[in-house]
Design a protein around this ligand. Sequence first.
Ligand code: PEP
Length: 247
Amino acid sequence: MFIVANWKAYVESLAEAKKLAELAKRLAAKTRVSLVIAPPAPLLAFLAARNRSSIGFAAQDVSAETGGAETGEVLAQISASAGATYAIIGHSERRARGESDEVVARKLAHALAQGLIPILCVGEHERDAEGGYLTFVREQVSSALEPLEPKERSRVILAYEPVWAIGKTSADAIVPADLGEMVLYLRKLLAELLPGKSSARSQVLYGGSVEPSDIRALAGGTQVDGFLVGHASVEPSTFAALVKAVA
Ligand code: PEP
């Protein structure tokens, strides 16, 4: 199992970040769950230099630009050289600020060109009885993957993050049966878009109000490979409980 801790902007100081990274390191050693931390960009290099041998690091986003006179942009190559192995791309909180599918596709290409493994976030805003949400998710996935070379597509990790379930409580998270169905749908989609049988190795994660009380049910029988965890990843005892539950 694979857990990506998306710290978002919840972690506000290096002191707090150091404590959480220490905890993650201890949990990874004890449980053998693969842990990846996505800290705020300015903290990445410091944390990765000290902890990279036991936990992975992800950028929370990458710039759609290629560099030069771009004040404030964090390029994929900067995150890669700071110690990131992964990059979260197309998170709904970025899309909510106007990031289009076309921008997501550009970011994906930049991340891959710099050797980062993209974690591509997709997910509908709401579910409708007619299944329109399936078409919505299909379009998000295909608009991001189709511009890539077939071999590059195989490097992308998909994170299914329904917007209606993000930032709430486990009571609002998806139910396991619906998650299992969506994972199957995404795997079918990947099989259509990826070359040969390479989609069999693709990873599909789930994110959206994953907490200690629902993680086991969501992990069991849904064929999901891991979780992208937001608010529950920055509260030490909750994060420890989450990791132990999937271990
Ligand atoms: C997220 O935004 O990636 C996420 C999973 O958030 P939360 O766990 O807080 O719902």
